[in-house]
Structure formats: C-alpha cells, structure tokens
Design a protein around this ligand. Structure first.
Ligand code: ATP
Ligand code: MG
Length: 392
C-alpha cells in the first residue's frame, strides 16, 4: 500500500500574498530535514503539502523529523488508493485497522476536490461509515467527539484515506523572520530561548563564551549537545565559541567586585554585537528571566541593553522557572542542561552583586580596564566557528 505524509501549514495561511513564498521556504526546510533519507517529492495543494517518499525511505523516521519542522500546524500519514468507493472502503479497512480496533468511537469526513466524483461528500461518509461499522462491530459513531476521525479525500488523480492528524511543531518556517544571534550557555534557559525564537521563524547563529581553564572542554561539549537538540527543530546553527579568559581576568583585576558580573555581561553583549553584525543578524536573543538572579533585574538589564546595537529578545523574561523547565523537557534539552559543568558566568562571581546598579557606576567600573577595546576585538576575531547540526 502506498503511503504519503500530508502536511498542513499553519499561520502561513494568514500571510496573504506571501503565502506561496512562505510555503516554498517550508518545503525547502522539510527537504533539508529529510535530505539524508532520500529524494522526497513535495506537492502544494490548497493549505496542504503532500510529501511523497521514495520506496526505500524510512517513513517513521521522516515523520519524526517532520514533527519538529516549524511552520507545520498538523500532519498525518495517509494511504493512497484508486478513486472508487470499493478501493476507498478496502483501503480504510486495512490501513486503519490498528487504530480502529484500539478505540470505541469514530466518525467519517469526506473532502472532494474532484467535483466530478459520482458521490457527494455526505454520501461518501455514509457509505464508508456503514462499511466500517460492519467490519468493526465494537465501533460506535460519535460525530461530536470521536476517538478517530477517518478522512477520505478525493483528489484529481487519487484518493487518500487517513486517521487522526497529529499536531505539528507550529510557528513559522525557519528563515522567514531573518537571522538573530543567541547567547547560549549550558544552562536551562538559553536553549529554551533559542527554541522559542526559532519557532517564530528566526534562523539562529549561536555565541558561547568559554574561559578555559576555568571552564572545561566538557562544559563546551555540553553546549554543543544542547545546540544539536535545538537544531533538530531549526536546522544547522552556525556557532561561535569566544575565548573569554583574558577579559574575565582583566575584569577580576581591575573592577570593583560588586560590578564584576554586570561589566562582564556588557562585554559579552559588545562581542555578540560584533558577531551579529558580521553574520547579518538583526537581533540578539538571551535566556534571561526577570528577577531570576542579580544580573536579571530591571536595573541590570538596562546596563546590558545600553551597549546592545540590536533589539534584544528575551522570550523567557516573563516565565517562571517551572514554565521554562516544561519547555526544556518538551524539546529534550533539560537532562543535558542539568549536568553540572561550570559556566563563565559563575567564574569569579562576587558574593554581593549589585541588584540596583546605576548605569554610570557600571560604566565607570568598565572604564578601569586598560586596553579593553583591543581585548574585545581579539576575542571576537579569535572566536572558533562551527556548524552544529542535529545528529541524524
Ligand atoms: P541559562 O540557564 O541559560 O544559563 P541563567 O539563568 O543561568 O541562564 P545567567 O547565567 O545569568 O542565567 O545567564 C543569562 C543569560 O546570559 C543566558 O540565558 C544566556 O543567554 C547568556 N549567557 C550566560 N552565560 C553565557 C555564556 N557562557 N555564553 C553565552 N551566553 C551566555
Ligand atoms: Mg547560565
């Protein structure tokens, strides 16, 4: 039995005249996610995209991959059959056997884009519904809240039969909202922030600050592991690892302790600005959440924002930790995030950081570092670039 995957795009429908180009990006992204599984064919028709697999492809794996592609509202697998009631009934009986045996209620829906088909939609429903009731005599019809909705679609060349559709990853296709630089740590929040903005159609570039020997090779590998998980949703992530040791030591040696963290965060932002500019990004993303730690008070955020050259997106800003954790579990980053490796943010942390810093005091503290501009340039230029892709 020939089987295909039907993909329903979501918000794309709202995009009016842009719809077609959004769909083209979605198809390009689906093709990329599936590329090592074979040559798939994609056909647009109304708000559905038909995904046809080559005979050799692993359809379960293809479905799993597509479940993470942004821009897909729902998807379902469907059996393809001839356009006559006999084949439709036979196909539904065989193809949906497992699903129908496992539930107690169903209903049938029919869609007829080929208006020359001899039966009208209500007649298709009646005939197919009656046949299924006969074959599965434990089943009852429930038109309001069925366990399974059996859909028969009559298209120009073929008919499709399918069961329930599955909710997709939602959001907008990666790349349709431009590029942004995410500041990524090994923690719980920043991978969630990266995922949330990627879901809105952003293509990600990642920046990670490493301070060896204070931070270890394992801490860096953990960050790459997290990015791989995020890239299962949004495709390859260009990643920069910035050498940050010299700057952190300079902060420790030159600045008053209570301003260590804020000066450091401003310098991280300045270096991220440079990478963002270079990489054609239009925004910066962080995992900050208001009030979570001293560097995430309104006053502290103002100090970092004052050096930002781009809008700073903080999608976790209004979320509680347990809400952020729920997303991290959903995207499977949580278990990796909680592995205990040090981050540069916790190197030389002061015991009593300022929670209500004055911008002018932080600027004054930062000005105490001699030769900072050169150090910032060296760090940005010395960043190692990698291309992180989901393990497939
Ligand atoms: P997370 O769970 O994402 O690590 P956090 O609550 O631990 O966040 P901080 O360590 O204060 O908070 O970091 C706040 C934000 O700063 C992070 O969400 C991330 O965007 C950025 N950040 C922190 N450490 C690094 C790093 N080593 N490299 C790049 N960005 C970082
Ligand atoms: Mg952190």
């Amino acid at each position: 039995m020939k089987e295909i995957i039907l993909v329903k795009n979501g918000e794309l429908v709202l995009k009016g005249l842009n719809r077609s180009s959004f769909e083209d990006v979605l198809i390009k992204n689906m093709r990329r996610h599936l590329e090592d599984l074979g040559e798939f064919a994609f056909t647009k028709s109304q708000s559905t995209i038909m995904v046809e697999a080559p005979d050799t492809a692993d359809l379960d794996e293809a479905e799993e991959r597509l479940s993470k592609v942004f821009g897909i509202a729902a998807y379902s697998r469907a059996a393809v059959c001839d356009k006559d009631m006999q084949s439709i009934v036979k196909t539904a009986r065989e193809y949906l056997k497992g699903q129908l045996e496992a539930v107690s209620t169903f209903k049938v829906e029919a869609k007829r884009s080929d208006k020359s088909f001899p039966l009208k939609s209500p007649e298709i429903c009646r005939e197919l519904g009656g046949a299924l009731l006969k074959s599965f005599n434990h089943l009852k019809v429930d038109v309001h809240n069925p366990d399974v909705t059996v859909t028969a679609e009559i298209r120009d060349s073929h008919a499709f039969v399918r069961g329930n559709s599955i909710k997709g990853a939602g959001g907008m296709p990666t790349g349709t909202s431009g590029r942004a630089c995410v500041m990524i740590s090994g923690g719980i929040d920043s991978p969630v922030a990266a995922y949330m903005m990627a879901k809105r159609g952003i293509e990600l570039v990642a920046v990670h600050f490493a301070s060896p020997p204070y931070t270890s090779e394992l801490a860096e590998m953990k960050v790459m592991e997290l990015l791989k998980k995020v890239s299962a949703y949004c495709g390859t992530i260009t990643t920069y690892v910035v050498p940050f040791t010299e700057i952190q030591e300079a902060i420790r040696d030159c600045c008053p302790q209570e301003y260590f963290t804020l000066v450091m965060r401003r310098i991280m932002m300045q270096i991220t600005n440079m990478i963002a500019e270079n990489q054609n990004c239009r925004a910066i993303i962080t995992g900050e959440s208001l009030g979570q730690v001293a560097s995430q008070t309104i006053y502290a955020l103002q100090c970092t924002d004052s050096v930002a050259k781009f809008p700073v997106f903080r999608p976790c800003i209004g979320m509680d930790k347990d809400e952020i954790i729920a997303v991290s579990r959903k995207i499977d980053t949580f278990e990796t995030s909680i592995q205990p490796y040090e981050d540069c943010c916790t190197v030389f942390t002061p015991r009593h950081p300022r929670t209500r810093p004055k911008l002018s005091d932080v600027e004054e503290a930062q000005a105490k570092i001699d030769g900072l501009e050169k150090m910032i340039n060296d760090a940005a230029n010395g960043a190692k670039r990698r291309f992180i892709k989901a393990a497939q």
